[in-house]
Design a protein around this ligand. Structure first.
Ligand SMILES: CC(C)(COP(=O)(O)OP(=O)(O)OC[C@H]1O[C@@H](n2cnc3c(N)ncnc32)[C@H](O)[C@@H]1OP(=O)(O)O)[C@@H](O)C(=O)NCCC(=O)NCCS
Length: 188
């Protein structure tokens, strides 16, 4: 019941298009902030914000938000997310069938400028692209300007600072390739 009310609210408050088959377990936090900003989510989207609905729990509700004028988040079909943050000051594009693990953090801006005298302004931003069939492990962090190629796997706790080629597994901080398994399995 609350899911239906929440979807209506997203449509009325942010003019979001409500696609087919969205499942919210617990209440996500979805906000379109800034002028001319948008969030688009495809069919069959699942967002888990309840500790009981994920076997490793969730640290907080799913957060999906644009935070600056003109920012966009576009999420494909069949995507599943658990207790993660997706926050765009510029652009985050997520493909189809992507899975994003509990506590993962995806944000396309430094949030604050790096120069000491300017810390309270807007930080540098660069678009993030996560291609189809990517699996992002629990507590991973994906930083600005990164593209994660089709079918890649990002290990739990990885900090992704550079592009990830399609069909590889990466892990660690900074994330490095640990295996080419998906590339072999999927022929990507
Ligand atoms: C990344 C992952 C998928 C890799 O699995 P795998 O290919 O079977 O990797 P292996 O266990 O063979 O490990 C290969 C190497 O990577 C290292 N490694 C694996 N996962 C790692 C991780 N998350 N962080 C750092 N290093 C990791 C291993 O220690 C090993 O190192 P070595 O070659 O020096 O011995 C897996 O380890 C992982 O992180 N799974 C968690 C997924 C998850 O978060 N699910 C919850 C979603 S809600």
């Amino acid at each position: 019941m609350f899911g239906w009310v929440y979807k209506m609210w997203l449509r009325l408050a942010f003019r979001m298009k409500i696609a087919k088959g969205w499942t919210f377990k617990g209440m996500p936090f979805i906000r379109v902030g800034g002028r001319d900003s948008r969030i688009e989510i495809g069919d069959d989207f699942t967002a888990i914000s309840n500790i009981k609905d994920n076997s490793i729990g969730v640290p907080h509700r799913v957060v999906i938000r644009t935070v600056a004028s003109g920012a966009e988040i576009v999420i494909g079909s069949g995507v599943g997310v658990s207790g993660c943050v997706i926050s765009a000051a510029k652009s985050i594009h997520i493909g189809d069938r992507v899975l994003i693990g509990s506590g993962a953090l995806i944000f396309d801006s430094d949030l604050h400028p790096l120069a000491a005298g300017e810390r309270h302004g807007q930080g540098a931003c660069a678009p993030i692209v996560i291609e189809d069939d990517v699996f992002i492990g629990a507590r991973a962090i994906v930083l600005k300007g990164v593209t994660i190629g089709k079918g890649a796997v990002v290990g739990a706790g990885a900090v992704v600072t550079k592009d990830v080629q399609p069909g590889v597994r990466v892990a660690g901080n900074p994330a490095k390739v640990i295996s080419y398994q998906e590339r072999k399995n999927r022929n990507v």
